[in-house]
Design a protein around this ligand. Structure first.
Ligand code: 5RP
Length: 223
């Protein structure tokens, strides 16, 4: 927790007054939200945020952060978000919290995506420690699963007790295991985008700016 807290707070300290922010989702982001709320109270930091999930919307509201939408603010200065894996080319796997679609939309609307992770999320090859989430329209789940198997992975519907989890967008998630990891993330993203019924995948390529890595001793490094 110390590593996530350090990364989250460090990223929140990068925010300048007047910022239009994308607010990611997850436990690391929560620490950033807490720090942003502190800065609003203590320094009068002026900011407005677009949440990437219902969960973040609720947390931000509870902390007293001012929220807006992409309809009102289609261009954002900075997004702060977590990740499930990061490689040396700043490519990411995201979607552990199921918010990948809105997270990608918000990241793409931002001047910079600042990624906050603990050191264990830094990997040599994507897909080796975390399954790739793919958001699908429920109607298309079975044919999409077949197409995903053809791409060399084993997809599994996310859920509990046989009940699929439903995303904030009313879709399902297929968590895809790649036995050898993902050799060609960009090529895979292109293939996934071509499958009818796939809404979005958790590969974030060419979107990340600074990567803030938290360590267990509370220190951070920025790559
Ligand atoms: C949610 C995400 C999260 O950012 C990712 O799962 C990391 O979460 P955490 O900070 O809790 O480890 O992509 O969809």
């Amino acid at each position: 927790m110390q590593a996530k807290r350090a990364a989250g707070r460090h990223a929140a300290d990068l925010v300048a007054s007047g910022a239009r922010l994308g607010l990611g989702t997850g436990s690391t982001v929560y620490f950033a939200l807490e720090r942003l709320a502190e800065r609003v109270r203590e320094e009068g930091l002026d900011l407005v945020g677009v949440p990437t999930s219902v969960q973040t919307e609720k947390e931000a509201e509870r902390l007293g952060l001012r929220l807006t939408t992409l309809d009102r603010e289609p261009r954002l200065d900075l997004t702060i978000d977590g990740a499930d894996e990061v490689d040396s080319e700043r490519r990411l796997i995201k979607g552990g919290g199921g918010a990948l679609l809105r997270e990608k939309v918000v990241a793409a609307a931002s001047e910079e995506l600042v990624v906050i992770v603990e050191l264990s999320k830094v990997v040599d090859r994507l897909g080796t420690t975390f399954r790739l989430p793919v958001e699908v329209v429920p109607f298309a789940c079975t044919p999409v699963s077949g197409r995903l198997k053809d791409l060399g992975c084993e997809p599994q519907v996310r859920g509990a007790d046989g009940e699929p989890s439903v995303t904030d967008n009313g879709n399902w998630i297929l968590d895809c295991t790649f036995p050898e990891g993902i050799a060609d993330p960009l090529g895979l993203e292109v293939e996934l985008d071509r499958i009818p019924g796939v809404v979005e995948c958790g590969l974030f390529i060419g979107l990340a700016g600074r990567i803030v890595i938290g360590h267990d001793d509370g220190s951070v490094e920025v790559r």
